[in-house]
Design a protein around this ligand. Structure first.
Ligand code: NAG
Length: 231
């Protein structure tokens, strides 16, 4: 009779953790890269008919790179906070005006908020955000997945962090002057989804019955909120 070699359970655990450690350490096992777009519908054409699609932007020839590719003045000018009903304006330093950011996993944002203006509850599906209040007085906060609210009042010089994907807001408590915040985001394409606009002004519209039941409101309420939000 053949004798089967059996491992002591603790030896097995050590062997498994060691091989896992080496696989991760040597880069043999890697998670998928984070997608930089909302979706990536599979191209089902045969390979010979496909053009090239990559996650992010292609690189220019490294020999042609100059220092100005890593600089921008985009955040120096305030955005117009009177152009929308919420009275906020976000100006981005992204690969559009700062091409050196490509593949670095970063975006920077200048957030101007008018008197009593609000950056309404929204989420960035691909980025955490750290913000510093440079001017004014901001009430900021986020809601975690257990529905707990974390909120703080920021004055000039104070920072706050919004965890990736969680609903958050910034409100200018001052009724007399503009507030200014600068945010760093941990993706070159953070994405932004404003909760009220996503639910009430999507194109095409969500069925009224879905909103009536979700928010426990009437059809008239749905119409009124849509109109208020410009949908
Ligand atoms: C932000 O401000 C710029 C000009 O400063 C303006 O063109 C743009 O429409 C504003 N955006 C929003 C969403 O209000």
């Amino acid at each position: 009779m053949r004798k089967t070699k059996s491992l002591h359970p603790s030896t097995l655990v050590i062997k498994t953790s060691l091989s896992l450690f080496f696989a991760l350490f040597l880069g043999l096992a890697r998670p998928d890269p984070d997608p930089l777009q909302d979706y990536c519908v599979a191209d089902q054409k045969p390979p010979q008919a496909q053009s090239v699609f990559i996650n992010g932007a292609a690189c220019i020839n490294p020999k042609l790179v100059v220092p100005s590719h890593f600089a921008t003045s985009a955040l120096g000018k305030p955005g117009n906070t009177r152009a929308n009903a919420f009275r906020f304006n976000v100006t981005l330093a992204s690969i559009a005006n700062l091409p050196g950011l490509n593949t670095m996993g970063l975006t920077m944002a200048r957030v101007d908020i008018g008197p009593n203006g609000l950056v309404p509850p929204h989420a960035h599906p691909r980025a955490s955000e750290v913000t510093i209040c440079l001017k004014g007085s901001l009430l900021v906060g986020f809601v975690d997945t257990t529905n707990k609210l974390f909120t703080q009042q920021l004055r000039a010089g104070d920072s706050f962090v919004f965890p990736k994907g969680l609903i958050h807001f910034l409100y200018n408590l001052d009724s007399g002057s503009e507030a200014l915040a600068i945010s760093g985001l941990s993706s070159q394409n953070p994405g932004a989804q404003i909760a009220s606009l996503a639910t009430f002004t999507s194109k095409p519209l969500l069925p009224d019955v879905v909103l009536e039941k979700a928010f426990q409101i009437t059809g008239q309420d749905v119409m009124r909120i849509r109109k208020n939000l410009g949908g």
